[in-house]
Write a protein that binds this ligand. Structure first.
Ligand SMILES: N[C@@H](CCSC[C@H]1O[C@@H](n2cnc3c(=O)[nH]cnc32)[C@H](O)[C@@H]1O)C(=O)O
Ligand SMILES: [Zn+2]
Length: 428
């Protein structure tokens, strides 16, 4: 048994209040917040004065290994970017590339306070290996496309991946099915995905209504929006994490409400690819859980969730010319508890409370950006930097210690990803 005490810090509580409290961690869970019995003796103590103990950030949508393509193809529209640059480069990927690209992503995420990420990619055994070794938590899906020669193989691999890795790495890995999008997965293929989801009891992670073009094409082909088409096919009944949802109508939102669809909002990616502005205030008002995501590093171009948190708080204000929208408290909620809901882990992570998994970030407030401290949630949203991440704990284990990665060799990582990234985009 390991017993860890976080002493003398300020804790961001589930109700959004911040209070001075000690936190006791036993094995992988939060054993006590504040009311620690006299008899409880820690094996290790972290002194947290001038520090804010907050839930780990939840990155609800990414393609981790796309760090390999960071800065390779910028300033393009989504379909051009995917079809002309990314998919040809991805065709050259080998398993080891995905391992190293993912490890780089994990290193970047951990150091910037992310403790859980939802991923959709391929060579997922390699992703699971990187997750296992690094100590982060992840919700993994093998991206499936119905229009490539690997369509059938993707279904088989997804099933095997689910059976092998759902609950793996001390429960840090959960697995979803990942049909890529309606424009790469035609209805007949999605029906196969749905049958598989039913057979396995698996949830679904999919890109929906990311661009206006996607919605118009879908209307033309099927007479329905992507969301309405997904409802008709029966996909929405399976616990759906829908990435983007930029071009959704009021009717779409009503459908999503009926089926408790969870949204991954990616403001950085949506802005960079000029996809549009998701109606986040309307989706929140409809009671949909809206988490935040970075999307792949190649459309962002970093995996810093604090940046998404801030963009989420800023974008909707300027877009609707209403400074009251997505206040700091809501943005922090989206990056933590609502993110946990979005990835289906709301009973385990996303808030600091007794019995929850010990996934925490200790922020250093003793610096210029955090002074003076009128409101910690405001400071975290509008002022903080990833450099203020002092210590990160996932599943009760310290994975970042005083800004240093504990489980990952950073120099080796930089070398590997530099070499591999260059090879992938070299013309043959
Ligand atoms: N098409 C793959 C499976 C999809 S994996 C996830 C895919 O999502 C792609 N991707 C990354 N960002 C976005 C985005 O913003 N929208 C749609 N797809 C994206 C990424 O390049 C990757 O190919 C196959 O052949 O089986
Ligand atoms: Zn994506």
């Amino acid at each position: 048994m390991t017993k860890l005490l976080l002493k003398g810090g300020e804790v961001l509580l589930p109700n959004g209040q911040v209070k001075q409290a000690d936190v006791a961690i036993e094995n992988n869970v939060i054993a006590y917040v504040d009311d620690i019995p006299q008899t409880w003796q820690p094996e290790k103590t972290i002194h947290c004065s001038d520090k804010l103990i907050a839930p780990g950030l939840v990155n609800t949508h990414t393609h981790a290994a796309m760090t390999l393509f960071r800065s390779y193809a910028d300033d393009m529209a989504l379909m051009d970017w995917l079809q002309k640059k990314i998919w040809p480069a991805e065709a050259k990927l080998v398993a080891q590339d995905v391992y190293w690209g993912t490890m780089l992503a994990i290193a970047e995420m951990l150091k910037s306070g992310t403790t859980t990420f939802a991923d959709m990619y391929f060579f997922m055994d390699e992703v699971a290996k990187a997750v296992d070794q690094s100590g982060i938590r992840a919700v993994l899906s093998r991206g499936m496309s119905g229009v490539t020669p690997t369509a059938q193989q993707a279904l088989t691999e997804s099933e095997e991946f689910f059976r092998t890795f759902h609950g793996f790495a001390d429960g840090r890995i959960t697995v979803m099915l990942g049909p890529h999008a309606p424009y790469t997965c035609p209805p007949d293929y999605l029906k196969k995905v749905i049958s598989l989801a039913e057979k396995l009891g698996a949830q679904i992670h999919i890109h929906l209504s990311e661009t206006e073009g996607e919605v118009l094409d879908c209307l033309k082909a099927y007479g329905k929006s992507p969301i309405a088409l997904m409802e008709e096919l029966g996909l929405l009944g399976h616990g759906v994490l829908a990435a983007h949802c930029v071009h959704v109508s009021a009717e779409d939102i009503a459908i999503m409400q009926r089926h408790k669809v969870r949204v991954a909002h990616n403001p950085g990616s949506n802005m960079k690819l000029a996809s549009g502005v998701a109606p986040v205030p309307a989706m929140l008002a409809a009671g949909l859980p809206v988490g935040l995501g970075t999307d792949g590093a190649s459309s962002n171009n970093n995996l810093d969730m604090l940046e998404e948190l801030r963009l989420a708080a800023l974008l909707h204000k300027v877009h609707e010319l209403n400074p009251l929208l997505v206040p700091a408290k809501t943005a922090v909620d989206m990056a933590t508890a609502m993110g946990a809901q979005a990835v289906g882990l709301e009973d385990a992570i996303g808030s600091i409370q007794k019995g929850f998994k010990a996934d925490l970030v200790i922020w250093n407030m003793h610096n210029l950006r955090w002074c003076p401290r009128h409101d910690r949630i405001s400071l975290l949203t509008y002022s903080a930097s990833a450099q203020d991440v002092h210590t990160v704990i996932v599943n009760g284990h310290i994975v970042v210690d005083n800004q240093k990665l504990v489980t990952i060799d950073e120099e080796k990582l930089l070398f590997e990803v530099q070499q591999r990234g260059m090879r992938l985009v070299r013309d043959r």
